[in-house]
Design a protein around this ligand. Structure first.
Ligand code: SAM
Length: 243
């Protein structure tokens, strides 16, 4: 396709990703519900459950976009804790901030425009870092993982929720047909934007599979790394600790 992913340089990929999220920001939540038939809510709930988050903790919701995880974390960490929603894209940050403020989620949430590859926080800052459906969009994933490791406190954990490789061949085929044929059509109908959803399908196919991502996390220092397949491996939740 015109995205010609394998042939673009890093700056081009970053600017394509920026265009995609500027374009979809306003319809992002609606599209998420439609495309996943609401199941993304369960994947996110599971992520919170696996985070072990407690009152008073400091959480980074990286590539946090429209703030679904931030909203949940904010309630749990309470007034003595803090959640930082960081995203590279100001359109997504604005939609997220407006949504959370409308829901009365204030006080313990901070919004930061930042690139996951070069996080603007001191070493050993956060108890928990999540990156949900974000790592796939990052140009240099190893650099981003190393940056997350640096800002995590010793004893802290990273959770990566991301599309992954379906566990069964049949599911793989059905899923491919869905994402390459139906998804851009839904994108066209609802958001008048087939291209961004074509990008989504391609970025999912290019993303490292479960074992590869686990290895990448270990490479930058994460320990006790595990992953849990969700919905037959369409999505996986990876977890790793910094000790
Ligand atoms: N985490 C949210 C969720 O699960 O609904 C939003 C996910 S959205 C698919 C991906 C987000 O990653 C977008 O908001 C995009 O701007 C952000 N993103 C892409 N590249 C990034 C980078 N290098 N650093 C930080 N955020 C990035």
């Amino acid at each position: 396709t015109h995205f010609g992913f394998k042939n673009v340089d890093k700056a081009q990929k970053a600017s394509m990703v920026a265009d995609v999220f500027h374009s979809v920001a306003g319809k992002y939540d609606l599209m998420n519900d439609l495309m996943s038939m609401g199941i993304h809510r369960l994947w996110k709930r599971f992520t919170i459950d696996c985070s072990g988050v407690r009152q008073g903790q400091k959480v980074l919701d990286l590539a946090g976009g429209t703030g679904d995880l931030t909203a949940k974390f904010s309630r749990i960490v309470g007034n003595t804790g803090q959640v930082v929603l960081a995203d590279i894209n100001d359109s997504m940050l604005k939609v997220g901030r407006d949504k959370l403020r409308d829901r009365g989620i204030l006080g313990n949430v901070e919004y930061v425009q930042a690139n996951a590859e070069a996080l603007p926080f001191p070493d050993n800052t956060f108890d928990i870092i999540t990156i949900a459906f974000g790592l796939r969009n990052v140009t240099d994933k190893d650099k981003a993982l190393a940056s997350m490791y640096r800002v995590l406190k010793p004893g802290g954990r990273l959770l990566v929720l991301e599309f992954s490789k379906p566990e069964y061949e049949l599911l793989n085929k059905v899923y491919d047909a869905y994402s390459f044929h139906l998804l851009p059509k839904i994108g066209q109908l609802v958001a008048n934007d087939a291209e961004s959803y074509q990008y989504l399908a391609e970025s999912i196919r290019m993303h490292p599979d479960q074992e590869t991502l686990k290895g990448m996390m270990e490479q930058v220092g994460f320990e006790q790394t595990t992953y849990h397949n969700l919905t037959g491996g369409i999505v996986a939740l990876h977890r790793g600790f910094k000790f």
